[in-house]
Design a protein. Structure first.
Ligand code: HT7
Ligand code: ZN
Length: 893
């Protein structure tokens, strides 16, 4: 496999100014006529034109209307006799290429493929080369005209980017549609859709009075599940204009849903293509989480229209330029839609939870890479939580350093400078800094940019000392960063540390550093730039409890030797909701680590009475939001606990967490019962965050009640759960009740699962939940692996459908550690079989599954050796894809 390096970037030898594509759509043999206008790029040395292509049948090549010589070289089409190549000229010329491809056989879902009888495309990152020969790189931006021809009865809807300029009937029952995109774009943003679809539409008027048409296309029968996506799209249009002054730049903006999709969605210009999972929702089939995800993903793809499409990436190493920034924007969008500051904090906690449970392990594992990577073998492997979520944190830190208004100014300058161009992460950071001279970002820009170049999660150690005689409190903050593959030495980062001080009674104290002119209670921002710095606070009357890294102001691990009593103060009183939650997590984590590390059997009561009392206080608190309570009362995930250990025995981690959960179920029994009664709702469904929070807490309560019942042999609560499962007025309550039965191992789980299947046998997304719930259920005596094998034999299991495959396989291998990591190595053998099998038809999905064993080196024996053997077995397969080969090669290094 060849490795692509960032330092090898060279501008393209040719520009493609315009492309006129004509498609004769046929599932088995689609004809593609590609007429381009090119010119040599005078800024690079004269060289042949090398066009990318993959899985294409080439029929004809013509230059300026006549035949021409060409050769093939490693899949590329090479033209050496072109105008300008002999005399260095830059005159434009026409190049016409005629190819055919086979969309029905396209199981990779990259390029042009057929899903349930409808044609779709997916071109990012390098799928356009599977449609026609082209300069398949994001810095070549062209004007597109697209004509689609297909049989009218089978494909009545013909869509592409931009505006529909012509359409009509052809002979033999065929018809055509011609689309012109008014904006130049890189080819990864090209899209077409052709099939039997229905749509919902909505006109919106922009601030300048311009009218736009918004449309959501789905399969017939799904129209009643499009209202929320449309509402989310309208909210996105309004938000981007209000917050960043970025209007919709198209007359028509379309979203189309497909059930066969490798990722979440794709921001093709004016024609977003979505996984059905992030479009379809009604109260009967979708949960609150689905509703919230739809809002974020619809927003995310829409926001790409400016951050990604108007300004795109110079090369794929700059992927976070668009992804980190757009995740930041979708996070801010969802936060701005929150009804209260506490709902905003809940959203922040959820985002941080994703970062810490998924990105921190990536940053500590074999695939660790900087936010702007230096090399890759397969770009598809770099659509990672580091590029997306850590990238978003980097943008968030910029906003913290320049302020919200300063950040908006920076965005404005970014668009003034680079609109219509393909640029780099450096260009973005420079624009934000230049718009904010004198800011902490501008003052430390080269150092700040280490966040782009250095991988690994920094650790910040905080040590406080109180001097009663001098009434001073000194806080020393020291940073370090572990080594990562290829990076043995790290330079200090710029780390914004939002902080406050509380009294032991929980009062927010005034903060005054010797050089700060005034004292103010509340959060102050300190920027750590050195390896170690000491702050001395003056006029401190009593020993304080520091509240550090408020709202998680930097993506770091904060190490601070809090006493339990101090954490209880923070949990009860901190004005920063994030740190209240964090205090509970630290307390729980501390107890979990103690129980895991001590010798002997797992204690039946790993939690101490003070913790239980604190949890009761939160659960019963009159003023806290239900959603916040739900987060505080949810123990840290097994994968997060495992990350804190030097050596992991997944069975012990699981057993300890289960013991903690059982203890919370028993000792808070009356409180859970109270909470369930108080928060279970029966009214009309609304997906708003307040109602969703109440349902989440009621669901958590029900799970604990069923767990306690399972312990004591009581059948009342499982009975109630079954009743609720049957009678629920919405999917959230129904699924939570079903989950409570499954998680607690109730006898009623089986009939409930059967009933659920019967109810939703025709609802693909609900069936995905049904599969996932079983593959992710707590392992009892090793029963989950056989269950998973059985699920794969179920008539509804479709291995080639990514959603269905992930609902069983990713859930088992990545979200159910105790079931997956078996002492008999059965989980790993299963994993290797599945990775190799899926790699044969969809390398992207296989490579993601392959990452389930990233952290094998941390495992205790016998898991470690068995995992290594399984990875080596995959690596030994001769015909692996680049995708899987890169993952397993890194894992074995
Ligand atoms: N920009 C989109 C990336 C994407 C993708 C990448 C590789 C293969 C398939 C894909 N589908 C979508 C998604 C996004 O970040 O908005
Ligand atoms: Zn994106």
């Amino acid at each position: 496999t060849t490795v692509v390096r960032r330092e090898d970037y060279a501008a393209p030898a040719f520009w493609i100014d315009s492309v006129d594509l004509s498609f004769d759509l046929d599932p088995a043999k689609t004809r593609v006529l590609n007429r381009m206008r090119l010119r040599r790029n005078p800024d690079v040395p004269t060289q042949p034109l090398r066009l990318d292509g993959e899985d294409l049948n080439l029929a004809r090549v013509m230059v300026n209307g006549g035949g021409c010589s060409f050769k093939m070289d490693g899949g590329q089409l090479v033209l050496e006799n072109l105008p300008g190549l002999d005399d260095g000229g830059t005159e434009p010329f026409d190049l016409e290429i005629f190819t055919t491809c086979n969309p029905a056989k396209n199981t990779q879902l990259m390029g042009l493929y057929v899903s349930q009888g409808t044609f779709f495309t997916q071109c990012e990152a390098e799928g356009f080369r599977r449609i026609t020969y082209f300069l398949d790189r994001p810095d070549v931006m062209s004007a597109y005209t697209v004509t689609l021809k297909a049989e009218k009865t089978l494909y009545p809807v013909l869509l592409s980017n931009g505006n529909l300029v012509d359409s009509g009937d052809l002979e033999d029952g065929r018809h055509f549609a011609k689309w012109v995109d008014p904006h130049k774009k890189p080819c990864y943003l090209f899209a077409l859709v052709a099939g039997k679809l229905v749509h919902r539409e909505q006109k919106v008027i922009a601030r300048n009075g311009a009218e736009h048409l918004l449309q959501v296309y789905v399969r017939p029968g799904d129209l009643d599940k499009t209202e929320h996506a449309m509402n989310s799209l309208m909210a996105s249009v309004v938000w981007d204009e209000a917050r960043f002054g970025l209007p919709l730049d198209l007359e028509r903006f379309m979203i189309v849903a497909t059930s066969d999709f490798n990722m979440g969605a794709m921001e093709n210009k004016g024609l977003n293509i979505f996984n059905t999972k992030y479009v379809l929702a009604n109260p009967a089939t979708a949960t609150d989480t689905d509703y919230a995800n739809i809002e974020s993903v619809v927003g995310h793809e829409y926001f790409h229209n400016w951050t990604g499409n108007r300004i795109t990436c110079r090369d794929w190493f700059q992927l976070s330029l668009k992804e980190g920034l757009t995740v930041f924007r979708d996070q801010e969008f969802s936060m701005d839609l929150c009804p209260s500051p506490s709902a905003r904090a809940v959203k922040r906690i959820e985002d941080v939870r994703v970062l810490r449970t998924a990105q921190f392990p990536e940053d500590a594992g074999p695939m660790a890479h900087p936010v702007r990577p230096d090399s890759y073998a397969e770009i598809n492997n770099f659509y990672t939580v580091t590029i997306y979520e850590k990238g978003a944190e980097v943008v968030r830190m910029m906003q913290t350093l320049v302020g919200r208004d300063g950040f908006a100014r920076g965005m404005k300058l970014y668009f003034e400078r680079f609109d219509g161009q393909a640029v780099t992460c450096d260009d973005f950071a420079q624009a934000i800094a230049d718009a904010n001279p004198g800011s902490e970002l501008a003052n430390h820009l080269p150092q700040f940019k280490r966040w782009y170049s250095q991988a690994g999660t920094p650790r910040v150690k905080a040590e406080g000392a109180y001097n009663a005689a001098e009434r001073t409190y000194t806080l020393t903050l020291s940073q370090s960063c572990p080594t990562t593959p290829g990076q043995d030495h790290k330079e200090p980062f710029v780390i914004p540390v939002n902080l406050g001080l509380l009294s032991h009674e929980g009062r927010e104290l005034p903060l005054q550093l010797a050089h700060w002119s005034n004292a103010e209670a509340g959060t102050r921002n300190f920027v750590l730039t050195q390896a170690s710095e000491t702050l001395t606070f003056i006029n401190v009357d009593a020993e304080p409890v520091p509240s550090l890294l408020r709202a998680f102001s930097a993506p770091v691990v904060l190490e601070c030797d809090y006493t339990d009593a101090e954490l209880l103060v923070l949990l009860a009183h901190d004005t920063d909701a994030f740190n209240r939650w964090e205090a509970a997590q630290r307390l729980a984590l501390r107890r979990a680590l103690k129980a895991i590390n001590e010798p002997g059997p797992v204690p039946t009561e790993p939690l101490n009475p003070a913790f239980i009392t604190a949890m009761r206080a939160v659960l019963r608190h009159p003023d806290l939001d239900a959603a916040f309570k739900d987060l505080v009362l949810t123990l840290p995930a097994e994968t997060y606990i495992a990350e804190q250990l030097a050596e992991v025995d997944p069975q012990r981690v699981h057993a300890v967490r289960e013991a903690m959960r059982a203890q919370m179920a028993r000792q808070l029994f009356d409180d859970w019962a109270w909470a369930f009664e108080a928060f279970e709702g029966n009214g009309a469904y609304s997906p708003d965050s307040t109602s969703a929070g109440r349902r989440a807490l009621a669901g958590l309560a029900l799970t604990h009640l069923c767990l306690a019942a399972a312990d004591s042999g009581n059948t009342v609560w499982p009975g109630k759960a079954y009743q609720r499962f049957k009678d629920a007025g919405n999917m959230t309550d129904r699924f939570n009740a079903l989950s409570a039965l499954v998680v607690s191992g109730s006898e009623l789980a089986k009939p409930a699962l059967q009933r659920f299947h019967a109810l939703f046998k025709d609802e693909a997304l609900a069936l995905d939940k049904w599969f996932a719930l079983q593959a992710g259920a707590p392992d009892r005596g090793g029963n989950i692996l056989p269950t998973v094998r059985q699920l794969m034999q179920h008539p509804d299991f479709q291995p080639r459908n990514p959603n269905r495959a992930r609902s069983v396989l990713t859930t088992f291998c990545q979200a159910n550690p105790a079931a997956f990591h078996r002492a008999d190595a059965g989980g790993y053998v299963f994993w290797s079989e599945r990775v190799m099998d899926i790699d044969g038809f969809n390398p992207q999905v296989a490579a993601r599954l392959a990452r389930a064993l990233d952290r094998w080196k941390k495992l205790a024996e016998p898991y470690r050796s068995a995992a290594r053997e399984a990875i080596a077995r995959v690596a030994a397969k001769p015909d692996l894809s680049n995708d899987v080969r890169e993952v397993v090669t890194h894992a074995l290094k």
